[in-house]
Design a protein around this ligand. Structure first.
Ligand code: NAG
Ligand code: NAG
Ligand code: NAG
Ligand code: NAG
Length: 357
């Protein structure tokens, strides 16, 4: 017996070690998260610590998690996969990202805090290749602390944010990611200058903007701004319902039609409040990545909120990304079984800007 144990023990330790040594991303804030085909790519950001060496490492890390989908279920197919060694983007944080390009499978990264001058970097997800594209058009400044919103025609909208030269801004610059041309949007009735605001594309071809920070104070959420991408103009709407307290550094998904705030029913184990996390909609889930406010090891870097049922959202908390199946609580009638995430159809009755702080 002792003889067997002697042989088994080193073997077990080795297996355990190799699991621990698989890529473990550092904690981070101000990163970008971009969902392309079935992969969620996380790039850059800043560390919560003030250690410059660690900040440099965090700002350079590039990694992804692979998902697949059947019915209302998403399946995490992999552990975090590290692509840092192919990343040519200098260490940075507070940049904006979106999926775009001719084949709709390129990661576009704009701006951010770094000591380089390139405005745009692109990652070709098919060929695992980063490059610096040549974008035509007028002089565009480098901004940070803003959100990139892509429309159905491959235009990336880059409103507001902050720049070292010009401070806090309210301009709308637009990158045509297919033809690689800079355009500029309207300034008439534009929201006041702000950064770290909330932004989402609505099904009615408007981008909704709200909240944020103007450099002096946090902006209230009872007023929202709509940028009409067809007519290139701004509109203001007052919201009804009990508006969440003013905030910035939050994340939002989904859409709204009647501009009413309400508090949804949420079940499951409520995670710690986070800020400067990022969120993406994957299948029927709002997938939240990283941020400040939780302890790595106690809580996962990734949280999943099942948003398939408007009357009750449900947290599914995972502790380590590992190949696993995450099933929503309710069964929505889904017409087709599909692996294609783009066919996700949220029956968003109206509502809701899920804000977590
Ligand atoms: C910062 O982190 C690096 C790498 O972990 C470490 O070698 C260094 O001692 C740290 N510096 C400070 C000031 O804590
Ligand atoms: C800035 O540039 C210096 C040298 O040119 C480099 O050592 C440093 O890592 C860079 N920092 C960032 C945040 O890119
Ligand atoms: C790119 O894919 C998204 C779905 O992920 C779709 O909504 C969008 O219309 C596509 N863009 C183009 C230009 O085809
Ligand atoms: C919360 O759940 C109750 C009972 O299940 C339901 O009647 C109510 O409409 C739900 N509230 C919201 C905001 O969906």
């Amino acid at each position: 017996m002792i003889f067997i144990a002697w042989y088994l023990l080193p073997f077990l330790i080795e297996v355990t070690n190799s699991q621990i040594e698989s890529f473990r991303p550092k904690e981070r804030i101000y990163h970008t998260s971009t969902f392309i085909n079935n992969k969620l790519y996380i790039l850059g950001g800043n560390s919560i610590s003030t250690n410059a060496t660690i900040n440099e490492i965090v700002g350079k890390e590039f990694f992804y998690l692979e998902f697949s989908k059947t019915f209302n279920t998403i399946i995490i197919n992999s552990l975090w996969q590290d692509l840092t060694k192919i990343n040519t983007v200098p260490s940075h944080w507070a940049a904006a990202s979106a999926k775009g390009g001719i084949n709709n499978d390129t990661l576009f990264l704009y701006g951010g805090f770094s000591n380089e001058t390139s405005l745009i970097h692109t990652y070709d997800s098919q060929n695992d290749l980063w490059s610096i594209p040549n974008v035509k058009g007028d002089y565009v400044i480098k901004k940070r602390s803003l959100t990139g919103i892509i429309d159905y025609n491959g235009n990336m909208y880059l409103f507001g944010g902050a720049s070292s030269e010009f401070g806090i801004l309210n301009d709308m610059i637009i990158l045509d990611t297919i033809n690689l041309i800079w355009k500029s949007g309207s300034l008439i009735n534009a929201p006041t200058p702000r950064f770290y605001y909330g932004a989402n594309l609505l099904p009615n071809q408007n981008i909704i903007y709200f909240g944020g920070h103007n450099g002096k104070e946090i902006i209230e959420l009872n007023e929202i701004h709509l940028y009409d991408i067809v007519n290139n103009d701004w509109n203001i709407k007052k919201t009804s319902g009990s508006s969440p307290s003013k905030r910035y550094l939050f994340s939002t998904v989904l859409d709204t039609i009647n501009f009413e705030w309400y508090i949804p029913n949420v079940s499951g184990d409520i995670p710690a409040n986070r800020y400067d996390h990022k969120s993406n909609v994957i299948g029927n889930f709002m997938v939240i990545s990283f941020g400040f406010g939780y302890e790595q090891g106690k809580e996962s870097d990734l949280l999943l909120l099942d948003i398939s049922n408007n009357e009750e959202y449900k947290w599914s908390i995972i502790f380590e990304p590992s190949p696993s199946i995450v099933t929503p609580t309710s069964s929505l009638p889904t017409s087709t079984q599909s692996n294609d995430f783009s066919s996700t159809n949220h029956n968003s009755r109206i509502v809701l800007l899920v804000a977590i702080l």
